[in-house]
Design a binder for this molecule. Structure first.
Ligand code: ADP
Ligand code: MG
Length: 325
């Protein structure tokens, strides 16, 4: 039983960064406006996420840790139009299978919170009262310590911490109205207060405006598709593939077709191989895109890829056109 849950867990939780992604999505689904993240030893020793979201009531705590239990979907029909980031009810159960997990939570209306401390692969013990502010605190301790095979595939703590930060950056980009504070090994390394989408992108994708790295606005619409965002200006173009962000309905995705379309637009306009920074947000009718792919994957399937490509290509071309002398 424990073995099966550990195998299943490996699919969702591959490394500390995948745990962070799931935990942040849960905090956002709970309506948090302030999220604090603590990463120790690349997240392998300890990951902690503190949010000020709506919390979990005492009677829901055991359910939150149960596989395939989700509070976000009530029927199969809901699956078609899911708007929450999570809906499989797998993440917490998977983490509890491969780490020691503590969960403390308090809805704002409750007098105090409740806490459970689950040993790796064991059943959750009864909840105990806990003095916590409204919201949720989740700690993932000694991730994969009981599954050395999994641990062997991980990189150094420094690299794992960098992967964690990549994930946090992506999520922060698509949630500018939420404050994120990141601590690494006891030190605060990032603080992004709630702000406008433009300012958040400038902070995370540009250089905050300091180096004159002007970002051009992109805005286009065609039928059920809209595209908004910012592109690096030609003169400020830096080949930084780690600063290229595409979001579909708020989710970070990698899409070769669209990456190629953007590169092509730059090439046509600038006659060079420059492929600079960007953060683009595509909004599309959810029924025209398949979101029900594997949770750890970052690809999407569009029902009409050509229409999406067309919009993105021309929007980028237009934005670059206005920047040319
Ligand atoms: P899913 O997000 O797919 O529902 P999870 O395993 O990630 O599954 O979480 C299980 C349940 O625990 C969620 O449906 C939600 O009710 C609750 N939960 C988890 N994290 C939080 C949080 N930070 N704040 C409030 N509720 C949470
Ligand atoms: Mg979830």
């Amino acid at each position: 039983d424990i073995l099966i849950s550990q195998i299943a867990a490996g699919e969702v939780i591959e490394r500390p960064a995948s745990a962070i992604k799931e935990l942040l999505e849960n905090a956002l689904d709970a309506g948090a406006t302030q999220i604090e993240i603590r990463i120790e030893e690349g997240g392998l020793r300890r990951l902690q996420i503190i949010d000020n979201g709506r919390g979990i009531a005492r009677e829901q705590l055991p359910l939150a840790l149960t596989r395939h239990a989700t509070s976000k979907i009530a029927s199969l029909a809901d699956l078609e139009r899911v708007t929450s980031l999570g809906f499989r009810g797998e993440a917490l159960a998977s983490m509890a299978a491969v780490s020691r997990l503590t969960l403390a939570s308090r809805p704002a209306s409750a007098e105090h919170g409740w806490k459970v401390d689950v040993q790796p692969g064991r059943e959750a013990p009864p909840a105990e009262p806990a003095a916590v502010p409204p919201g949720t605190v989740i700690e993932v301790i000694d991730l994969f310590s009981a599954t050395p095979a999994r641990r062997k595939f991980l990189k150094s703590p420094t690299t794992e911490a960098a992967y964690c930060l990549d994930v946090i950056r992506r999520i922060a980009l698509s949630h500018p109205d939420v404050q994120f504070v990141v601590h690494q090994d006891g030190k605060e390394i990032r603080r992004w207060p709630a702000t406008t989408p433009r300012q958040r992108i400038e902070t995370l994708v540009g250089d905050g405006g300091a180096g004159g790295n002007r970002l051009l606005p992109v805005s286009a619409q065609a039928g059920p598709l809209t595209l908004e965002g910012l592109l690096g200006t030609p003169d400020a173009a830096r080949a930084r593939s780690d600063r290229q962000y595409l979001f579909v309905n708020g989710r970070f995705v990698r899409d070769r077709m669209l990456a190629q379309a953007i590169r092509q637009a730059y090439r046509d306009r600038l006659h060079g191989e420059r492929y600079p920074v960007f953060a683009l947000f595509l909004t599309i009718d959810p029924t025209l895109v398949d979101a029900n792919v594997h949770p750890a994957k970052t690809e999407v399937r569009f029902r009409d890829p050509a229409a999406v490509r067309h919009l993105v290509f021309h929007a980028v071309e237009n934005a670059l056109g206005t920047a040319l002398p």
